[in-house]
Design a protein around this ligand. Structure first.
Ligand SMILES: Cc1ncc(COP(=O)(O)O)c(C=O)c1O
Length: 397
């Protein structure tokens, strides 16, 4: 018997749940790309995207996933042979570093492992050793979606400022934009990359690169025609927004998603909802972990993202639990990413709960309830009181 028939719930850390309103906004005939509703609507996206990123700088929109946004940012900022400092806390900064390498940059990688945030002392030592300022950019992810660690973005800026190091400061907010508090201008970030499919609740296919005056001034002559961010940020003609035909239906979906953020009360309200729901999940994980092997990958709540929680459970129980909740109850959890290689039996001992975007209290309680059922059905030892603990967090005003 299965109880999976009903509305499925995709709780992987992106793509996130797509709101019906976003899907409905996309369900329309192809619009004219030369005049009319689409052309009028797109200009209004720009201030709303900047508000979500907390910047008065520029934004360039690409028909791309996060990897495309990575390449766009790299293509505009770094010449072949220049050096980039990569602060790696899991999977994604290292992946972005490879994009820079393929464009000819030299990378210096500091790896902080799979269970820790960037250590500011190590960053200071690396930058202090670079007295000739050969490092032209420092790259980091705000939230690493594999480990679920959240890095101290203003802290890294403070290190750059303390040393007077002129490198561009470039941050990946692909998992965290419109989920975890992020203040591009106040935190001194020069370039920020994001994508549509997580906090912005729109299907994968739009990449965003935000950049400030310092980054614009440094723009390199090697930026390719397609990735060049200047015409996209300041288009003389409509087609230049997208370097060609507009991603028509994605743009209508994004408009709806940004309207939903505004209706909720703006980005602060969205951050607060995510924080509350993440805390409910953590309360449950803490309780289950008291009587069994379940453990959050990041021990310090202050270093955990509100977008996703990476979990360790050991043996084959990560895969068993994922399969059970999917097949029996219609809940799809995320695989463990980057903790072990897929051909290593240890790979099955990890999973992730995505809690970004269009989720609310009953979805979180439902997901947690189904996980509890799975733990019981599979005889995986776990402590009591998890659902009550989660409900208490939600009950607190
Ligand atoms: C933090 C982060 N950076 C980059 C990416 C890559 O984005 P994409 O898969 O859309 O290319 C992801 C995808 O999950 C991510 O979570």
């Amino acid at each position: 018997m299965t109880l999976a028939h009903g509305r499925p719930y995709l709780a992987i850390p992106g793509p996130s749940v797509m709101p019906d309103r976003v899907l409905a906004a996309m369900h329309r005939p192809a619009p004219n790309i030369y005049e009319g509703a689409l052309v009028e609507m797109v200009h209004g996206l720009v201030p709303d995207l900047k508000a979500a990123a907390r910047t008065a700088g520029e934004v360039a929109i690409y028909i791309a996933n996060g990897h495309g946004a990575w390449e766009a940012a790299a293509s505009n900022t770094i010449r072949p042979g220049e050096k980039v400092l990569v602060l790696s806390t899991g999977r994604f900064a290292a992946g972005w570093g490879v994009v820079f390498e393929r464009l000819g940059a030299e990378t210096q990688v500091i790896d902080f492992g799979k269970r820790a945030a960037v250590d500011l002392g190590a960053v200071e030592a690396a930058l202090a050793a670079d007295s000739a300022h050969k490092i032209k950019a420092v790259i980091v992810v705000h939230v690493d979606t594999a480990t679920s660690v959240k890095n101290d973005i203003p802290g890294i800026r403070a290190v750059l400022d303390k040393l007077g190091h002129p490198a561009l400061y470039m941050v990946d907010c692909i998992a965290s934009l419109a989920v975890d508090r992020f203040e591009m201008d106040a935190w001194g970030v020069d370039v920020m990359v994001a994508a549509s499919q997580k906090g912005l609740m729109t299907p994968p296919g739009l990449g965003f690169v935000f950049f400030n005056e310092k980054a614009a001034a440094r723009q390199v002559e090697t930026a390719s025609f397609y990735w060049d961010w200047t015409p996209r940020a300041n288009p003389a003609l409509f087609y230049q927004f997208f370097g060609g035909t507009a991603p028509t239906h994605h743009l209508f979906g994004l408009r709806e998603a940004l309207d939903m953020i505004a209706e909720e009360g703006g980005i602060e309200a969205v951050w607060a909802r995510h924080e509350k729901l993440a805390r409910a999940a953590w309360a449950a994980f803490d309780a289950w972990g008291q009587g069994g092997p379940l453990e959050m990958n990041i021990a310090d709540p202050g270093l955990r993202s509100c977008a996703v929680t990476a979990l360790r459970i050991g043996g084959e129980d990560g895969t068993r639990l994922r399969r059970w909740v999917d097949e029996k109850a219609g809940l799809t959890l995320g695989i463990g990413l980057g903790m072990a290689e897929p051909d290593d039996p240890a790979w099955h001992g990890f999973f992730r709960l995505g809690h970004m975007g269009h989720i609310n209290g009953h979805m979180m309680m439902g997901a947690l309830g189904v996980i509890e059922a799975g733990l019981a059905a599979l005889d995986i030892p776990h402590g009591p009181g998890a659902l009550a603990a989660a409900a208490r967090v939600i009950a607190e005003a």
